[in-house]
Write a protein that binds this ligand. Structure first.
Ligand SMILES: NC(=O)c1ccc[n+]([C@@H]2O[C@H](COP(=O)([O-])OP(=O)(O)OC[C@H]3O[C@@H](n4cnc5c(N)ncnc54)[C@H](OP(=O)(O)O)[C@@H]3O)[C@@H](O)[C@H]2O)c1
Length: 403
């Protein structure tokens, strides 16, 4: 169980930021810089962006830095850690209280698990971690009584809505009397684009998200609605909710971040200007809603409209594929995540077209021989094998995937 009281001002929470040079990572450092009495950045990690990592290290003076994929030599960062082992060392270091996991894709799940096993608090932005290894991570977090703090705005919204609804501090437990969790989706840049035009969209068009400014992988996932599918699986694990109690609704204004509907039809929602610093700050400062002058405010005195509509599963097949993989469980979600990451990369490299992404994912799921209760090694192997398979299909049949 988490301590309900805020840490004393003399002891700032010691935060490690994995993925400090990315969209979530840099905004996390903004939040930390805004509250020096509450938080200090004691460890930073990036993949390759040594220049920005060195600037961040000079500003925040962390105890540890790590370049997960790049070469440390010649970067000007002394004593930097490297590789996946460096991320694990940070995630488990005795001088770290809370680990923000804001790396992209598959790089996040092993440090997440290591941090939980070392008894650290975890603020989880990396949704792929629970998609790939939800069964292992959720079991370990429950066993140790460590609630994962969601950073994703939708899950943060649900977390805020379930306060006082019988779950105490504990996530990873179903709130009482809830009929449905309703995740909102902006609908992405192609919400109203006809299918014939969507067949031809370029990476540049898909990267132009209407409401959120994010890293490339999640932006493409938002354009295909795979992002919402990954979030459905994430919500299943975070809130111990069966898939039939999860719903997705398109809400283009991105003001309502998500909702919970109770058995009596009463519904609670969390609303606000779309700005990731709000859920990041809540994850770091929980249970406090801290002041932060830089955050934009809603102007409730102005007339405005909030729209809601169902998602179009024909134009956005990735959402249905994710839902199906989640329901089937076992190793299917790990295959979904690995295939999607490779397919998104192939699309960004212009090797396949936009609908090549769901085609590759569907094919990878279809070719998979499932394992019901995977252990760590199995998840690693499934990830590696699925990626190899998708890369091979792209290399040998890429043009066939471009219709
Ligand atoms: N952006 C959002 O608004 C948002 C919202 C909700 C959830 N999320 C989730 O948060 C995660 C991060 O998203 P993002 O938009 O911040 O991505 P991003 O801008 O692409 O940043 C990714 C970060 O992870 C680092 N990284 C990648 N692989 C790594 C590795 N092997 N070792 C160490 N560091 C590694 C990158 O370092 P380099 O800079 O060196 O490449 C970068 O710092 C994703 O899982 C995403 O789904 C993001």
């Amino acid at each position: 169980m988490e301590n309900q009281t805020s840490p004393p001002a003399t002891q700032p929470l010691r935060v490690a930021v994995l993925g400090s040079t990315g969209s979530i990572g840099t905004q996390t450092l903004d939040v930390i810089a805004a509250h020096p009495d509450r938080f200090s950045a004691v460890a930073l990690a990036a993949a390759r962006n040594a220049t920005l990592l060195a600037e961040q290290a000079a500003r925040f003076k962390p105890l540890l830095v790590c370049l997960g994929e790049g070469r440390v030599g010649g970067t000007g960062i002394e004593d930097a850690l490297s590789g996946p082992e460096g991320l694990i060392e940070i995630a488990t270091h005795p001088d770290v209280d809370l680990v923000v996991v804001a790396t992209t894709g598959a790089a996040g799940w092993e440090p997440t698990l290591a941090a939980i096993s070392a008894g650290k608090q975890v603020a989880l932005a990396n949704k792929e971690a629970l998609v790939m290894a939800g069964s292992v991570i959720a079991v370990e977090a429950r066993r140790r009584g460590i609630p994962l703090r969601p950073v994703d705005s939708e899950h943060s919204a649900i977390w805020q809505c379930i306060q006082g609804e019988g779950v105490g501090d504990s996530l990873l437990a179903a709130p009482k009397g809830v009929r449905k969790l309703i995740l909102t989706a902006s609908g992405g840049p192609f919400r109203n684009t006809p299918r014939e035009q969507m067949e031809k969209v370029t990476p540049g068009q898909a990267l132009a998200h209407p409401t959120w400014n994010m890293g490339a992988k999640i932006t493409i996932d938002s354009a295909t609605l795979m992002n919402k599918g990954l979030e459905v699986i994430e919500a299943h694990w975070l809130f111990d909710m069966p898939y039939e109690k999860l719903e997705v609704v398109v809400h283009p204004q991105s003001i309502v971040h998500s909702m919970i509907e109770f058995e009596d039809g009463s519904t609670k929602a969390q609303l606000g200007v779309p700005d990731m610093r709000v859920p990041i700050q809540y994850a770091l400062g929980y249970p406090d809603h801290l002041p932060y002058a830089d955050l934009p405010q809603m102007d409730w005195t102005q007339a405005f409209t909030l729209e809601f509509e169902p998602p179009d599963l024909d134009r956005f097949p990735c959402l249905g594929l994710a839902w199906e993989a989640g329901r089937k469980g076992g190793t299917y979600p790990a295959v979904l995540s690995a295939a999607d990451e490779e397919a998104v990369r192939a699309f960004l490299d212009e090797k396949i077209d936009f609908y090549g992404i769901p085609r590759l994912v569907e094919r990878a799921l279809g070719a998979h021989e499932p394992i019901t209760e995977p252990d760590l090694q199995t998840i690693r192997e499934i990830d590696r094998d699925t990626r190899a398979r998708v890369r091979e299909w792209t290399r040998t049949q890429g043009s066939a995937l471009i219709r």
